[in-house]
Design a protein around this ligand. Structure first.
Ligand SMILES: [Zn+2]
Length: 72
C-alpha cells in the first residue's frame, strides 16, 4: 500500500511531497525550499503506519457505500 502524502516542513512550512512507504523505511527527505532534512523517527513509524491503515479502511468503506448507491 502506498500513499503520496505531503509533509509540512518544520522550518519553512513548505508542503513536501513524500511517499508513505519510503517514509516508513525511515528515509529522510530534503525540503526543496530550505534544504532542511525531514525524516520519520523509528519511534513514530508505527503511529504513521496505524494512521495509514485506518485511512485505507475508511477508503474501503467509502467505496463500498458508493457502489451500494450506484446499484440503484
Ligand atoms: Zn523548508
Amino acid at each position: 500500500m502506498q500513499f503520496n502524502i505531503q509533509i509540512p516542513c518544520p522550518v519553512c512550512q513548505t508542503q513536501i511531497p513524500a511517499d508513505s512507504n519510503l517514509l516508513l523505511t525511515g528515509i529522510q527527505f530534503s525540503c526543496p525550499s530550505c534544504s532542511a532534512a525531514i525524516g520519520l523517527s523509528a519511534k513514530s513509524a508505527p503511529l504513521v503506519e496505524h494512521a495509514i491503515n485506518e485511512f485505507d479502511e475508511l477508503r474501503k468503506e467509502v467505496s463500498a457505500m458508493k457502489s451500494a448507491t450506484q446499484e440503484d
